[in-house]
Write a protein that binds this ligand. Structure first.
Ligand code: 4NP
Length: 156
């Protein structure tokens, strides 16, 4: 039987748009579901270390009732691979970067976030260089995949 999932790390490139949004949405939803999960996010790059999430992500998230308090940008660390039960990548580039940084024994922990969704999309696309609609779409995908991941956690 698979190990229970008690901690989840969401990962994107910059850790200022997609993964902090996933952290905020997932925190909200696990609380509502009454599931105890340690939730964090990080980026494969450290360009924005110490920054708050992108204002456009926060504006979109806050208007849907999500809370970004205490979320600030950090880079993925080696210890994350042993510390977290599940490491969730937003796209294939993040997935490959994580796989190349991870010791082999932890590769099974690294999964694409959209694999927990039944929507057609296979990745959460980077909204950074686009407009407001992209940030709303990112949240639509994150909400659906979060519901799917919570169902997965509850049934495994
Ligand atoms: P994220 O988006 O990976 O969803 O946080 C990006 C944020 C910053 C950059 C690229 C993507 N950047 O090139 O600075």
């Amino acid at each position: 039987m698979a190990e229970p999932i008690r901690s989840v790390l969401f990962v994107c490139l910059g850790n200022i748009c997609r993964s902090p949004s996933a952290e905020a949405v997932f925190r909200h939803k696990v609380k509502l579901a009454g599931v105890a999960i340690d939730v964090d996010s990080a980026g494969t790059q450290g360009y924005h270390t110490g920054s708050l999430p992108d204002e456009r992500s926060m504006e979109a998230g806050l208007s849907r009732g999500y809370n970004f308090e205490g979320i600030s940008c950090r880079k993925v660390e080696k210890s994350d691979f042993s510390r977290f039960d599940l490491i969730v990548a937003m796209d294939e580039v993040n997935l490959r970067n994580l796989q190349s940084e991870s010791p082999d024994e932890y590769h099974h922990k690294i999964q694409l976030f959209m694999s927990y969704s039944e929507l057609e999309e296979e990745i959460v696309p980077d909204p950074y260089y686009g407009g407001k609609k992209g940030f709303e779409y990112v949240l639509d995908l994150i909400e659906d995949a979060s519901d799917g991941l919570i169902r997965h956690i509850q049934t495994n």
